[in-house]
Design a protein around this ligand. Sequence first.
Ligand SMILES: [Zn+2]
Length: 567
Amino acid sequence: MTQASFLRTFVSSMYFIPISKLRIILIFSSCFISHFLFAQNRCLTHEVHQRKMAENALYTKTFTQENNRILSHDDLTAALVDTTITIPVVVHVLYNTTDQNISDEEIQSQIDVLNEDFAANNASSLDVPVDWIGLVKDSKIRFKLAQRDPIGNKSSGIVRVQTVVQEFQIFDPAIYSTSLGGSNAWPRASYLNIWVCLLEGNALGFANFPGSNVSQDGVVINYKAFGRNGTAVSPYNFGRTCTHEIGHWLILSHIWGDDNSDCTGRDFPITQQTIDDTPNQAGPTFRCQRFPELDDCSPTSPGIMYMNFMDYTDDKCMMFYTPGQIFRMRTTLNGIRDSLKISNGHVLPNFYNHDVAIDSVMNPVRIAVQRCLDPRVRIQNHGNDTIYEVSIIYNLKEGLKKSYKWSGTLIPGASTDVSLPNIGVNPGSQIMEFRIAETDDVGVNNYISSGFKVNNSSTSNCIGGNLIAYPNPVTSQQGICIKSQHPESQLSWVRVFNALGQLVSEKRMMINPGDGIPINLLHFTGGVYFLNVDGDIYSESIRFVYFPSDNSSAGPETCRRRRLGIE
Ligand SMILES: [Zn+2]
């Protein structure tokens, strides 16, 4: 008996009942009516859909286009032999009280229900009446909690947000917004978003059809009707609210066609009669029924299909999707939701032991007004091992190169900002490159660059460098000494350029920290020169002046060890 016919019978019979029995009946009726009111809000997808159709022209256009596309397909066989599609799922738990912060086990129980229901291997499908047993098919649609987040980091597929919102409204954008007390959607192209929270009026849930705002795509389920253990409350504790809403999310209608209980509306429109395998039905069915259940639209056996997932029957009495419904869902997955088929959101990312990455440049970015920059980068440990040292090489595209060794403790997943020794830059457009010197297990995340502009009016006040040259100017000898203050040895090209930028001398040599190295100037004419030391770790130029006289000595053959920085 459907809800409407039960009420009609119940009210008409009241006139003939003695007062002594009325109290029992009133207690019964109050339980029934509270159940009825709760169940009236079993699903608000149709209400959400109607409002969007009235208010949002883009939604109307996108939904109608996709719906029409589905209607133009009727190759039922092709849809059913298709391959298995696994949909990555992210569950956003929005909790105001601790009991709303549902357990991982409860969430997994919901995923299990979805996979059983969509595979038609749920226990209740064994109770499908013999008339329809041939319609029980595996949809080959599966669900798995995400194992990586949208940027590729390992994830449980569960996002927990403690919120000040005590009860979310059905049309409340806060559900989908972290800044408003909800949780931002993960990209719908790669994930099915499920929000679990307390909904106003004890509504059990609703879905957002394709065409909805990208930030609101997915389904929303009351925490009292999610999963099959924990906070799920009878009779909505078999996880079927979520099964039902995902049916909507894949463009299924309610089985009675949302036509206000008359027989004109169908869940399959007239153009899809070839795949329409659900009986015409007047309105929703509540509680559990006994087969056959007849109504005005299907007055003879087998009657209405009240045990279909797209009806309102209690969870434990819902049993299956028909091949026609599976066809519509799979056609949606081959259409507007087809990117989900290639999503790797449910695949565990490869994790390496030693993998440190330069995640972002903090400075310089875009405009740097100081010609003496203090570069800063953020590094992150993407590997399994704790990192204690990272050498970062940074250079301007035009050549000046420096390096810095960071020391500290960076546990897996952690990140830190590293301030690098300052570096002088010329006015104009520049590019600075940063890379990690050590070889690790993943090379692609060891490099980053940043384009920026230096204001012409800024002045350079960088002091110090890796290199010193002495004596400078050179007047009494035919050679100059160079010395590196950099803490690391470097195999270097040592090049001397004249004032015109022409290369006049070139040598390859190892430069160790503190060693004085002689550079012969014997055949050089007097003038201004630039000496450049270039290697993998640092690159630096120094200007010197050479004015030999007739009595200048040769050499130097060796450079005396001097205190660094003192000529
Ligand atoms: Zn519904």
